[in-house]
Structure formats: structure tokens, C-alpha cells
Design a binder for this molecule. Structure first.
Ligand code: NAP
Ligand code: ZN
Length: 359
């Protein structure tokens, strides 16, 4: 145990270890730091597994600007409760729990009160690369062995879901579940999942379970067989220009998960009258969109960010009911930098998950 001296009051701290980026060009290396001792409403969690989301790479390399270093990334956290604060009512020691992309929000704006904490008007507190709401310290994420989180931002992982393959549901799963529910993917709807990486492969499984007709649009042919196994009805590669003529005006909904710059105008051409393309991928640079891409066909271009806490729990329960987990490659912590390079080459089937026992 360590101690932090603050306003002449001693606050107990819990030692933690993990992997951190010290700067935007630095590889991730072993790092020791401290977590706060659980407050009344806090839950202390032993992290067992954490997924590697492409957002971790964007932020560790400061591609979106404003990154805070040293940074312990990771917001697809699965673990076991080891301690609860005196006022905690939702969790007990031994529970299987998850933590996703946020660990706090203002709790009283209209989005927070409607269970859409990810759209908190004062800004949600990210699990890492964010400042705690009291402004005292930067948050640190899940590439580590312990975390302490307010119980209202902790999720229950249903018992039939293994913790390693469930971890990526906390971001990849809910980021696709939320727009699929909001735009009512289901029977009779033609849904395209653009980009079949960590997010996209969850989109295929969830949209299929919702009963939609699912098409995967991928930039190579390499993932065709996998797509069909995951539940896709159709597969087309966007490297073939004919795909854009064959599928013109086809989809009610396209969920664009691509992490790189692509021409959104081309993809809006695949949306049918009154249909929508929802962007969830966040490329480094802004993307130009022509008015005519939307006007012809009264189309909508929308965005969607992760999901609220209630919706994340709904998603976990949905996945439990339909036996949906992520397809993962389990790695030891010393392979994180290698994993980053493979994610950048779209060479992961379909999510890397770090085994914290290897820290
Ligand atoms: P990922 O595993 O790397 O998947 C991205 C996929 O995009 C790749 O598998 C690939 O699919 C496609 N792609 C990559 N480079 C491409 C290129 N140059 N041209 C065309 N397609 C390309 O990443 P992820 O973890 O799923 O995350 C995807 C994006 O969503 C990232 O930008 C991430 O930051 C963002 N994100 C957003 C939210 C949100 O709340 N909105 C949440 C989490 C992540 P194919 O091989 O099938 O083409
Ligand atoms: Zn993520």
C-alpha cells in the first residue's frame, strides 16, 4: 500500500501495474502506478482480461490530439470484484464484472438522466486518457491488473460468458449493438457492416441475431469465409469497383466501422431511399461529404458513440441469451506492441485480448 498526502489528509492508495505509452511515438512498456482506495460507492476489480481496441492505438499515438501521457490504455475490461465500498449495493466480492469506455459522467444532465451517459453534456470521463471529475489525476485503463470504479459505471458479466471472450463486448459489442437497436435492425432490414475488424465482426453477429439480412463490405476477399460463419448472408469486397454498381441503393442501414480514410460519398451511394449510414469508425483526418450524396435519396449520415450503461448491460444480457462472444486471439502483455502492428494491417481474428496473468 502507498500513501498520497492531500490537504494534510492521508489517502490510502492501491499499487497497480500495467503497460503504458510514455509518449505518442513510444512503444508500450511496463509501468507501475496507484489506484485510489475504494470510496463508499466504489468497486475494486482484479482485471483478468482486456481487449485491444483500435481506439487504444489512435489515442496512444495521439492521432486524435490531446492525449495524456503516460497512458495505460484499455477499455474492454473483464475481471472479478475483490472489494466493495460501504454503500455499494449492486456488486459483491467474487462477481464477474466489466468496465467499458467510461468510468464517470456528470450524472445530472439530460443525457445522463436518460441513461445516455456517453453523451454527457459536460463530457464523460473516459476509462483512460481523461481527467477524473475532481481534476486531480488522469484516468488509467485496463492494460493493468487492478481498477477502482464507481458501481454505477460497472457492468455485470453474465455467468455463461467467459471473461476473456466477453471483454471486447464492453466496447466493440456495445458500439455496434447501440446503433443496430437505435436504427431498428431486424427482420426485413438490409444491413451492411463496412469493415470487419473488432467492431465489425460483432456487428455481423449481433445484426444476424436481431434477424436482419447482413452484408459484409470488406476491403479484401480474405475474410469472406469467416463472415459467412459469423452469420453474414452476403459478402462483397470494396476493392472491386463493380461492388458499387451492383449494390447501388441497396441498404436500409450501413454501419461504417472503418478506422482509415475512405470516400464516404461512394458508400452513401449504396444506401437506399431514406436509409442511413452510421459512422462509428474514427479516422485521423476529417472526411469530405458532398451534399448530393445525401440529397439524392433523402439519405441520412449519422454517428454513434459506444452505448450508455443501461444499454451496455442490455447488450451483455442479449449476448448471454444468444450465446454471443467475441472471436479473440489471447496474448501475453509483452506482445501488445506487436498486436498493435497487426491491428493496423487488419491482421487480427478478430480481437486481441491481453491475459493479465502474464503481467
Ligand atoms: P479494427 O479491428 O482495426 O477494424 C477496422 C477495420 O476497418 C479493419 O478490420 C478493416 O476491415 C477496415 N479497414 C482498415 N483499414 C482500412 C483501409 N485502409 N481501407 C478500408 N478498410 C480498412 O478496428 P476496431 O477496433 O474495430 O475500430 C474501428 C474504428 O472504430 C476505429 O477507428 C476506432 O477508433 C473506432 N471506434 C469507435 C467507437 C465509437 O464509439 N464510435 C468505439 C470503438 C472504436 P476489412 O478488412 O473488413 O476491410
Ligand atoms: Zn474501444
Amino acid at each position: 500500500m502507498g500513501y498520497l498526502l492531500q490537504s494534510s489528509k492521508e489517502i490510502l492508495m492501491i499499487p497497480a501495474k500495467g503497460y503504458a505509452a510514455k509518449g505518442p511515438k513510444a512503444p508500450l512498456t511496463p509501468f507501475t502506478f496507484e489506484r485510489r482506495d475504494p470510496k463508499d460507492q466504489d468497486v475494486a476489480i482484479d482485471i483478468k482480461f482486456c481487449g485491444i481496441c483500435h481506439s487504444d492505438i489512435h489515442q496512444a499515438r495521439d492521432e486524435w490530439g490531446g492525449s495524456i501521457f503516460p497512458m495505460v490504455p484499455g477499455h474492454e475490461i473483464a475481471g472479478i470484484v475483490t472489494q466493495v465500498g460501504s454503500k455499494v449495493t449492486k456488486y459483491e466480492v467474487g462477481d464477474h464484472v466489466g468496465v467499458g469506455c467510461m468510468v464517470d459522467s456528470c450524472r445530472h444532465c439530460s443525457p445522463c438522466e436518460s441513461g445516455l451517459e456517453q453523451y454527457c453534456q459536460a463530457g464523460m470521463t473516459g476509462t483512460y486518457n481523461s481527467m477524473e471529475r475532481d481534476g486531480t489525476a488522469a484516468t488509467q485503463g485496463g492494460y493493468s491488473n487492478k481498477i477502482v470504479v464507481n458501481e454505477n459505471y460497472v457492468l455485470k458479466i453474465p455467468s455463461n460468458l467467459p471473461l476473456d471472450a466477453a471483454a471486447p463486448l464492453l466496447c466493440a459489442g456495445v458500439t455496434l449493438y447501440s446503433p443496430l437497436m437505435h436504427w431498428k435492425a431486424g427482420p426485413g432490414k438490409k444491413v451492411a457492416i463496412l469493415g470487419m475488424g473488432g467492431l465489425g465482426h460483432m456487428g455481423v453477429k449481433i445484426a444476424h441475431a436481431l434477424g436482419a439480412q447482413v452484408t459484409v463490405l470488406s476491403h479484401s476477399m480474405k475474410k469472406m469465409e469467416d463472415a459467412m460463419h459469423l452469420g453474414a448472408d452476403h459478402f462483397f469486397t470494396t476493392s472491386d469497383p463493380e461492388t458499387f454498381t451492383k449494390l447501388a441503393g441497396t441498404f436500409d442501414l450501413i454501419i461504417n466501422t472503418v478506422s482509415a480514410e475512405i470516400d464516404w460519398n461512394q458508400y452513401l451511394g449504396l444506401v437506399k431511399l431514406d436509409g442511413t449510414m452510421v459512422v462509428v469508425g474514427v479516422p485521423e483526418k476529417p472526411t469530405p461529404v458532398h451534399s448530393f450524396s445525401l440529397i439524392g435519396g433523402r439519405k441520412s449520415l449519422a454517428g454513434s458513440g459506444i452505448g450508455g450503461i443501461k444499454e451496455t448491460q442490455d447488450m451483455l444480457n442479449f449476448c448471454s441469451k444468444h450465446n454471443i462472444t467475441c472471436d479473440i486471439e489471447l496474448i501475453s502483455a509483452d506482445k501488445i506492441n506487436e498486436a498493435y502492428e497487426r491491428v493496423l494491417k487488419s491482421d487480427v481474428r478478430y480481437r486481441f485480448v491481453i491475459d493479465m496473468a502474464t503481467l
